[in-house]
Design a protein around this ligand. Structure first.
Ligand code: AMP
Ligand code: MG
Length: 329
């Protein structure tokens, strides 16, 4: 692809939002912060811009993108919300929840962005800079994580540059993201809600609202698209990732939680505790930065101590499982 000059725009400069919105209007690619991770924005209505986005990420085009909007009320113009979807939107938007609903937006989200599906994933981010950009732009913006496909998601502007400098037009920098893992995705196209991807809103939060257990995605359902967030190998650092490590081998990095030190820890090349005090919110926020930092030390293998699977632990375990999965090729 033609190389682009990637400018870093400080979000604290008020002019940056207008510059970024203009870039989107002219078909450019702009990475922007959200409360989950940094997203790579493109005008959802512009198939050329969306094609460039797939190319910049190296993302397979059969994977649909999430449409981001400034206001929950805008979502009604592109999607059909049943009662359950409306209830979730009212409770969790703006926030780290993506709702997949039947599409009814005409040309507002192009077919390429939806991977040809009759449905659309929609999210209203809870971040002042994302909100300002989306409001200034005025239409749906697709925003997959701003990293090369399959790689660790970016939680800081510098991570975006590491992966995408020269491939995108700008990065809006506003420091580290708060939640640190991607949005929870719920399929609300049928009579029963289904969890497609665990994320920043926990299963327990959703179940408390709907008053029933949340169904899981149907495995290998032909009606569901294969999608990067659900590919087995994803979110992967360069080093091998070894889960549920109860013993540390010499020279491995230890990624741990709540002060746990499995036998063999004294042989670890380096130790990183995601949250010494055992807070899962802190662990989620630090997860991707930790994987990148451990990778930079050049260790061949990252041993991950067992982590709780409750609350945000479900999303953390999901991402670590994919980081550890056998790599394609
Ligand atoms: P991300 O890589 O974080 O942008 O995640 C995008 C994910 O949203 C995809 O991998 C899908 O899992 C999901 N998604 C988006 N649109 C749809 C849709 N129409 N139907 C099902 N899943 C979707
Ligand atoms: Mg991603």
């Amino acid at each position: 692809m033609p190389s682009r000059r990637t400018q870093t725009l400080s979000a604290s400069n008020p002019a940056s939002i207008d510059i970024a919105a203009d870039l989107l209007r002219s078909g450019g690619l702009v990475a922007f912060p959200t409360e989950t991770v940094y997203g790579l924005g493109a005008d959802a209505a512009n198939p050329d811009a969306v094609a460039h986005l797939y190319d910049a990420k190296g993302r397979p085009a059969f994977n649909p993108l999430i449409a981001h909007l400034a206001y929950a009320s805008d979502a009604l113009q592109i999607g059909a919300f049943n009662a359950a979807a409306q209830k979730l939107a009212a409770a969790f938007w703006p926030g780290p929840l993506t709702l997949v609903v039947p599409y009814q937006g005409g040309a507002r989200v192009c077919e390429l962005a939806r991977a040809g599906l009759g449905t659309v994933g929609i999210r209203i981010p809870d971040h002042p800079v994302a909100h300002a950009l989306l409001a200034a732009f005025g239409g749906p913006v697709v925003g997959p994580s701003a990293n090369r496909s399959g790689h660790v998601s970016p939680t800081e502007a510098a991570h975006v540059s590491e992966d995408l400098a020269g491939r995108i037009d700008a990065v809006l920098d506003s420091g580290p993201t708060r939640v640190g893992v991607e949005s929870t995705i719920i399929d609300a196209t049928g009579p029963e809600l289904r969890l497609l991807r665990p994320g920043g809103i926990t299963r327990a939060q959703v179940e408390a609202l709907i008053g029933a257990p949340l169904a899981d995605a149907v495995p290998n359902d032909v009606a569901r698209p294969a999608s990067p967030g659900r590919l087995l190998s994803h979110y992967a650092p360069r080093a091998r990732v070894r889960l549920e490590a109860t013993h540390i081998a010499p020279g491995e990095a230890l990624l741990t939680f709540a002060g746990a030190r499995p036998p063999g820890t004294e042989q670890a090349a380096t130790i990183l505790d995601l949250s010494p005090e055992g807070r899962l919110t802190e662990a989620a926020a630090r997860l991707y930065g930790a994987l990148r930092a451990l990778d930079e030390t050049g260790v061949p293998s990252i041993a991950v101590a067992p982590l709780p699977r409750t609350g945000l632990g479900e999303a953390i375990a999901d991402r670590l499982g994919r980081a550890a999965a056998p790599r394609p090729g």
